[in-house]
Design a protein around this ligand. Structure first.
Ligand code: SF4
Ligand code: SF4
Length: 72
């Protein structure tokens, strides 16, 4: 069986625009209320188990703050 592909968030690159939250068909992501070192609100993974690794959020993010990675 192949490894599952899941989303990973690089919080320091995120500016909390919410595009990825809107585009995710599985409701995986949410704006967390946390602030990164640049003072920007950041997105976080609400439920990684729901992520299909479809990559829509990765394509949508204007700041390259998301990556699709293989699960350990
Ligand atoms: S890879 Fe697909 S399912 Fe996973 S968080 Fe991104 S848009 Fe949602
Ligand atoms: S689209 Fe990118 S910059 Fe915008 S909230 Fe999502 S991860 Fe952050």
């Amino acid at each position: 069986m192949g490894k599952k592909r899941k989303i990973k968030v690089y919080s320091e690159k995120c500016k909390g625009c919410g595009l990825c939250v809107q585009v995710c068909p599985a409701g995986v992501l949410e704006i967390s209320g946390e602030i990164n070192r640049k003072g920007m609100p950041v997105v976080k993974v609400r439920d990684i188990e729901k992520c299909t690794g479809c990559g829509l959020c990765f394509i949508m993010c204007p700041d390259c703050a998301l990556e699709i990675v293989e699960e350990e």
